[in-house]
Design a protein around this ligand. Sequence first.
Ligand code: IPM
Ligand code: MN
Length: 378
Amino acid sequence: MKQSYYIVALPGDGIGPEVLSAALRVLNLASELFQIDFRVEEIECGGHYYAEHEIEWPEGSFEKCEAADAILLGAVGHEVDGKTVFTKPGKPYPEPQLAGFAQVIANRQKLDLYANVRPVKLYPGVKHKIHGELKQVWEPGKVDYVVIRENTEDAYTGETNEIPDGRVTPIRITRRATERVVRYAFNLARRRNRQLKVTCVDKSNIIGAHRFFRDVFREVGQREFPDLKLDYAYVDAFCQWQIRNPEWYDVAVGPNLVGDIVSDNGATTAGGLGLAVGGNIGDEHAMFEPIHGSAPKHAGKDKANPLAAILSVQMMLDWLGTRHDDERLLRAAQKVEAAVAELLSEGKTLTYDLIGEEKASRCSEVGRAVEEKLRMLA
Ligand code: IPM
Ligand code: MN
């Protein structure tokens, strides 16, 4: 247990600052209700910052992330005249990158946040936009699995890779990174203690590096986790099964780009991106974020769904509580999740994506409603 927790908040671009501000209010309230001291430092950053300063954040910001007990990220990606802002060659990366790369991709790689943990969980009452209509299509309880996305390599490094059979691929997948992420997935399946099953999702019928990922998965699984069922799926087929039969899955693990895609696809069955959350977890650091991105067209309208950002606070509280053996944080995490679940099942104070434009509440109103529930539940 610590006296005080140092949190770096990176609001970023687009709707990032709005949803993160609602989330930080919830964190603040949790601090008051559960008597936990948080020192929160907000750092302006992302594509809009780059467009103005030709750097993605002030000098020394990465070091602050490194020193933080946890990081909260809003979203990055800024547009000028309808075009996404990329960094200039050589400033600071050799090749142009999405401006905001420092916060999302470089933080993941440099802080060694090797497991990107993305739950796909349908809360009761949550409706889906299918053919433009809001319906509850999937059943709660049948959609409850976790995507674990390898978070430091694959197509995200720009590096090539020599694989054991002597070929070179434009995709970097190493034994070390694969072993640790599949172990994370296997351990999670044990902790969840549901189907005791882990699905390896990849494109190993075509991509040699993915074949290597699958081989390491099988090897580690058979050797160290004989109590678990090992399951295999090609990513294209997995995408339709996760829509048709989400109840088949418990924990799914895959290379970086595969995990990126299947976590968005899975979100469809769990209320959409407005509720989807990701924890970037390493052995020493962690960063939590809504996975929806900066949605420039909705920015500044107080319209976006803040619940994914609020659930990323919940995930952060849970991770910090476990790491520092701090009951207060674990209780706070449970209550924040309960507050969100209650709001969802009541189905009244929600944003447009979950309730339609006519009945929609604003981003800030939904945030306040979570705060009210949290006060009642604490
Ligand atoms: C995500 C996002 C990022 C990614 C983008 C913003 C670079 O889509 O976190 O899923 O591809 O990882
Ligand atoms: Mn993504």
